[in-house]
Design a binder for this molecule. Structure first.
Ligand code: FAD
Length: 491
């Protein structure tokens, strides 16, 4: 309560000090009931709906469109008047400025929350204001599995334009590879469909290109008939033996994914501020195979403190995972990708631990969270069926591991320290990975100091620049939307 009052006060002071109200006033007149200034209660309510407190900034106003046509009117007005703006879907990204803006207009898409089965019964239509947890819940009793974020709080917009890792990575590819249509509002205000037949270059560019081309208002995604999967969480105590066994299991599982792709896993290692050290294995056999041998590297690990693996809905499993990813903290993230090689994984893990030990000694409340995501060769083979994506992994000849950190703390005074920590972590793990570091960086896990779009490779960067030029010739999404990673500054 106290914290949100302070944030509101900070927002009001900042706005009064620096920004003219023209953009917001014009928007408010054009779209009554959808634009909120900092002296209105709805402003704080909408502005604070973010996973991390580090992303609660001080926009001049918040614009909550009710329909794609409202997004169109709003974007057209903002672009015509050169008004800076930010785009927020689920609001899960903790990097300040990724989904919010100091001054300017914060577009929050929460009211575009449609979740429905298309008439073909095989695709689902998702408004980009919805979150993946809501999607899984909506389809739980219809026996449908939809590729999406494993954290229920992640939004449709960020995941479906950034990449999208899920339990279905090996069997169906990245989330973007399962999107059959994006409905997009361009800088001109035009509402277009981007798919394999219409605006196909835009369609491909959106599959990893982030917020560089427009505001996505709806996606249509392939759904899979699979009422229950065999999955859940396994909790182990962290000590040297269990850590070594887990790291070996990650490399074994990654290799095995190529021949047993109906299995997915993420490994989270946490050192809490209260002194606990835990390993949480999140595993699933997505075709519902009980005791799947593809998951054996993880399910065989001992000693297990808890094990919830069973035949369950994805909704049930994701709800359980969400309990460990609470909102209301200050958070950041950073990532690295490297070859699936045990020695490299051990070196990266040790280097990461050294950074933790240094900062844990000085940051008053620090929960350290490291994710390891097995990313096998087979994952990228699914993209071609729908015209490819821009992630630059299609010719990848080797199995990879994506690691990312999402440490959390409480005191805003520690923000600069933690951002320095993220830079130091990137340097340390990059050095540790050495020649086995891979150029790919998942943009949704990347730190502001990283250049994930550059990691897609020169061909994809040129392709995205071409699409930006065609669909946004005035470079509105490069110049007026500072958040996110920009193609114009890719490398
Ligand atoms: C604890 C944790 C767990 C995670 N788990 C997963 C996971 O399982 N799988 C996975 O793939 N990722 C995961 N992520 C990363 C996640 O993909 C990103 O945080 C992602 O940005 C969340 O999407 P969002 O819609 O909530 O994004 P937001 O924070 O709303 O936006 C992020 C970026 O996307 C842009 N954007 C959002 N919506 C649109 C839109 N409609 N049109 C154009 N641009 C848009 C924004 O401008 C911003 O730059 C996780 C992150 C954390 C911290």
């Amino acid at each position: 309560m106290m914290r949100s009052a302070l944030l509101l006060l900070a927002a009001a002071v900042h706005v009064a000090a620096s920004y003219p109200a023209n953009c917001c006033q014009s928007l408010k007149s054009k779209l009554p009931g959808q634009v909120f200034l900092s002296n209105e209660a709805t402003y704080a309510q909408l502005n604070n709906q973010r996973w991390s407190n580090t992303s609660i900034l001080a926009p001049n106003c918040v614009f909550q469109p009710k329909a794609p046509e409202d997004v169109s009117k709003g974007v057209k007005l903002l672009v015509t008047n050169s008004c800076p703006f930010a785009i927020k879907s689920g609001g899960h990204n903790p990097i300040p400025g990724a989904n919010n803006i100091d001054g300017g207009v914060s577009i929050v898409l929460g009211a575009l929350n449609q979740i429905e089965l298309a008439s073909d019964g095989k695709t689902v239509r998702l408004g980009t204001g919805a979150r993946w947890g809501q999607v899984y819940k909506a389809f739980a009793d219809k026996g449908l599995l939809v590729p999406g974020g494993l954290c229920g709080g992640t939004g449709i917009g960020g995941v479906s334009t950034g990449g999208g890792e899920s339990y279905l990575l090996a069997s169906h590819g990245w989330v973007v590879d399962n999107v059959v249509n994006y409905q997009v509002v361009l800088a001109s205000g035009a509402i277009v469909d981007a798919n394999q037949k219409s605006n196909s270059a835009l369609y491909k560019a959106l599959k990893g290109g982030g917020n560089n081309f427009g505001v996505v208002t709806r996606i249509d995604v392939v759904a899979i008939e699979q009422p229950k999967i065999w999955g859940g969480s396994i909790l182990l105590p962290y000590f040297p033996d269990s850590a070594i066994a887990t790291l070996n299991a990650i490399t074994n599982f990654t290799t095995l994914s190529n021949t047993q792709p109906n299995n997915g896993a993420q490994v989270v290692i946490t050192y809490t501020a209260t002194g606990q050290a835990l390993i949480a294995l999140s595993v699933a056999s997505t075709d519902g195979t009980v005791n799947s041998t593809g998951l054996a590297p993880f399910t065989s690990l001992q000693p297990q403190i808890a094990n919830t693996v069973g035949l369950r809905t994805i909704s049930d499993i994701v709800t359980e995972l969400d309990a460990n990813q609470a909102d209301g903290f200050r958070d950041t993230s950073a990532t690295i990708t490297f070859k699936n090689d045990p020695a490299t994984l051990f070196a990266v893990h040790n280097a990461s631990d050294q950074v933790y030990l240094k900062y844990n000694a000085t940051v008053p409340y620090l929960d350290w969270v490291v994710f390891y995501v097995p990313t096998a060769k087979i994952d990228s083979t699914h993209a071609a069926a729908r015209g490819g994506n821009v992630l630059g992994l299609e010719d990848n000849p080797e199995d990879l591991i994506v690691a990312f950190i999402t440490p959390r703390w409480l005191d805003a005074a520690q923000d600069p320290v933690m951002y320095e920590m993220a830079r130091e972590w990137v340097d340390a793990v990059t050095k540790a990975a050495g020649v086995n570091r891979h150029r790919f960086l998942y943009q949704n896990f990347a730190a502001p100091s990283q250049k994930p779009l550059c990691g897609y490779g020169a061909k994809n960067v040129e392709f995205m620049k071409g699409v930006s030029k065609k669909y946004d010739p005035g470079e509105a999404f490069q110049k007026l939307v500072p958040g996110g990673f920009k193609v114009s500054k890719a490398c």
